[in-house]
Design a protein around this ligand. Structure first.
Ligand code: NAD
Length: 407
């Protein structure tokens, strides 16, 4: 019998939902490249329910307990006294979502003596020290494609939101204002702009496809070049590196995984290569962009706007500069956890667990590390190494800010 330790984000402040704004989800048969959606033997949840929070339990409890397995679900993931760290010592499987990641550092691998499988219920396994997983012979798997389109939609929204000055205009109307000049003085059309993506994998290429009808000029860089017919169909220009691409772009969107090659890629030097007044949208991982360099570039006007939903660490400390820098459109990490995406990654997590518990192979495209090496999607998109350094700062979220002195 296996012990499965699952870290999920808190339920809504007002409690687990009893109703939802919509009654159903559209039916999607396959992903754009033909890959099938998750194929578990069964599911015990209603698609459209909140599954990613503690109360939703990824819809796993009935299935696991019927098989005699133990499921522990907690949101308490950070610090040596956390429930996660206490339960980890004899867990066989760890599951968490990138939105509220259980950072699996080398120290935690050393404590988890029974650990065989780490599952990312979503996409992006950088919160797991992949080098430690390789050295400890632990399999790392994620639910490839489950929320790639969710994120691509979000990227398009954020590019338009920044360029059109949507958030500041919304703030103004909520405050009772009507000063159109304040809204318009930072507002542009994207038609005719040059838009580049760092990486054109599942998300990056879906962003390119969605932006094409806006009559923009498209650019990309990736370690794997797209097929020539796809480049021609999209009319997209390839660049050898991000450094080569960014001087041409009015908008840059980051869609690469976080691993040693991409950590801190958008530092002060890279941002200085961008056009003055460019927009940077990062829904990939917070650590790909340098915290101080982004805040400084917004202060100086080198960047006209920065938006995204990814931070480092997560949850972001309450005094993280991205919460208060000018002209930002940051949210918590939400783009890949729509109710639509949750139904897919909960089903995919169950599929992975069914394979693991029944001794069947996990789909190749779900594998990041297996058999002591990068495998499947991991071999395609990651490099060996560790990107979890500094994750202990996530505990700082619990420290409240000092009260603001009265004026
Ligand atoms: P994918 O594997 O389909 O695409 C990743 C692409 O990155 C690949 O084409 C790969 O060749 C490229 N790449 C890797 N290293 C590179 C480098 N050094 N330079 C240039 N290109 C490089 O994955 P995907 O589904 O497109 O997801 C990409 C990333 O987006 C995930 O790893 C994750 O970090 C992030 N993501 C975020 C959310 C969210 O909710 N914000 C959700 C899903 C994924």
């Amino acid at each position: 019998m296996a012990k499965i330790l699952c870290v999920l984000y808190d339920d809504p402040i007002d409690g687990y939902p009893t109703s939802y704004p919509r009654d159903d989800l559209p039916t999607i048969e396959r992903y754009p490249d033909g890959q099938t959606l998750p194929t578990p033997n069964a599911i015990d949840f209603q698609p459209g329910q909140l599954l990613g929070s503690v109360g939703g339990e990824l819809g796993l409890r009935k299935f696991l307990e019927a098989g005699g397995h133990q499921l522990i679900v907690t949101e308490a993931k950070d610090g040596p006294d956390s429930e996660f760290e206490r339960e980890l010592v004899d867990a066989d499987v760890v599951i968490s979502q990138p939105f509220w990641p259980a950072y699996m550092t080398a120290e935690r691998f050393a404590k988890a003596r029974n650990l065989k499988l780490v599952v990312t219920a979503g996409i992006g396994s950088d919160h797991t020290d992949l080098q430690a997983a390789i050295e400890n012979g632990v399999t790392v798997a994620e639910v490839t494609y489950c929320n790639s389109i969710s994120v691509a939609e979000h990227v398009v929204m954020m590019i338009l939101g920044l360029a059109r000055n949507y958030l500041q205009s919304w703030d103004l109307v909520k405050a009772g204002g009507w000063n159109i000049a304040d809204c318009a003085a930072r507002s542009y059309d994207i038609e005719g702009m040059h838009v580049g993506t760092v990486a054109a994998g599942r998300i990056g290429s879906a962003v390119l496809r969605r932006l094409k009808p806006f009559d923009v000029h498209l650019h990309y860089t990736d370690r794997h070049r797209l097929p020539a017919e796809v480049e021609a169909e999209l009319g997209v220009t390839f660049h050898d590196s991000a450094a080569d691409m960014v001087p041409h772009c009015d908008v840059v969107t980051i869609n690469a995984p976080l691993h040693p090659e991409t950590e801190n890629l958008f530092d002060a030097a890279m941002i200085a290569r961008m056009k003055r007044g460019a927009y940077l949208v990062n829904t990939a991982r917070g650590k790909i962009a340098n915290r101080e360099a982004v805040a400084d570039a917004l202060e100086s006007g080198q960047l006209a706007g920065y938006a995204g939903d990814v931070w480092f660490p997560q949850p972001a400390p309450r005094n993280h500069p991205w919460r208060t820098m000018p002209n930002h459109g940051m949210t918590p990490h939400i783009s890949g956890t729509t109710l639509s995406a949750q139904a897919r990654y909960a089903a995919g997590t169950r599929e992975i667990l069914e394979c693991f518990l029944e001794g069947r192979p996990i789909r190749e495209e779900y594998l990041i590390v297996d058999g002591g090496r990068l495998a499947g999607a991991g071999a395609h998109s990651y490099s060996e190494g560790n990107a979890t350094k500094g994750s202990e700062e996530a505990e700082q979220f619990k420290v409240p800010l000092p009260p603001i002195p009265a004026q």
